[in-house]
Every structure is written in C-alpha cells, then in structure tokens.
Ligand binder design. Structure first.
Ligand code: NI
Length: 170
C-alpha cells in the first residue's frame, strides 16, 4: 500500500468529469487500497480518484466514528438511483484546505456501484453516509462542495485560496 499525494483546489483535474471504469483489474484494486490508506492517513471520511490525480469513477468511503471498527467501502462507477429528503451539514474536503461551509443535500440516497472486487452492489445511505456519498460522487462529475454554496462565499474562498498559494510560492 502507498499513500498518494492529494490534489487541491484549483487543480484543473478536480473540475473535470471522470471516465467510467471498464474493468476492475489488479491495478485498480491496488489503487482503491492506496486511496483508502491515503484517506485514513489524512484523515478523511471519503476520497475520490480525481483527488489523487486519476480520471476514473472510483471513490472510497468510511464514515463510521474513528473509535469504532473501520468499515472501508470501495465504489467503482457509483451512481445514485434514489434520493429523498433534505439535510444541511457543514462540509469540508481534503482538496479544499482551510474551509468548511453548510451544504444542502438529500437526506437519504441509494447508490449502485461495483465493490473492491468488481461485484455489483447497492448501498443505502442515511445521515453522514448519505452526505459523504453525495459529496464523493460529486467529485466524479468535477464538482466540489464549493459549487454548491452561495456565489459570494465561493468567490471569497477562491480569492483567499489564490492569495495563500501566491504567498506560499514566494
Ligand atoms: Ni471532497
């Protein structure tokens, strides 16, 4: 297993839709394990392939509390087949350092995907799991949670981030 470098805003790979996975081969199984290791080390509750510079529809998730038994989940080609209700939650993202903001999402979702071995499965998510699934699946369509907040807040963050990057480069 290996930890992978995490891309951060405004890396252009974070705003592009990702390709479908054709076949879950050994390389992709390894990538999913590396992404899990990277996510746990960060630490984070989810990670999508474009966040590690890969143009692929693959996300990994584990949103059980850290003092409980880990429940790593790998989703290839995930898609939402049902969503209902509404919930507001303060989100952050490993690719959007130093910023959190309230985001409105569906309260419950049903997602179909392939698991770590390439077998089809269905997962029903509620609460944090539902939020996490929607947040990670957004990454696969080139969307960050920044794209779901008010334009004013988004502009303020972008300005602050670009200023910070400029300062770091000096
Ligand atoms: Ni994210």
């Amino acid at each position: 297993m290996a930890r992978l470098p995490i891309k951060t805003f405004p890396d252009p790979g974070l705003s592009r839709p990702c390709r479908q996975v054709r076949e879950v081969d050994e390389d992709l199984k390894q990538l999913a394990q590396d992404m899990l290791e990277t996510m746990y080390a960060a630490p984070g509750v989810g990670l999508a392939a474009p966040q590690v510079g890969r143009d692929l529809r693959l996300v990994v998730i584990d949103c059980v509390p850290r003092d409980e038994e880990p429940q790593p989940m790998v989703l290839f080609n995930p898609r939402i087949v049902h969503m209902e209700g509404q919930v507001i939650f303060e989100e952050g993202c490993l690719s959007v350092p130093g910023f959190t903001c309230d985001v409105t999402r569906a309260e419950r979702v049903v997602v179909q995907a392939m698991d770590a071995e390439g077998r089809p499965f269905t997962v029903e998510g509620e609460g944090l799991m539902a939020i996490c699934l929607q947040h990670e699946l957004d990454h696969l369509d080139g969307r960050l949670f920044l794209d779901r907040i008010s334009p004013l807040k988004r502009t303020l963050y972008k300005k602050r981030r670009l200023k910070q990057l400029k300062r770091d480069a000096e």
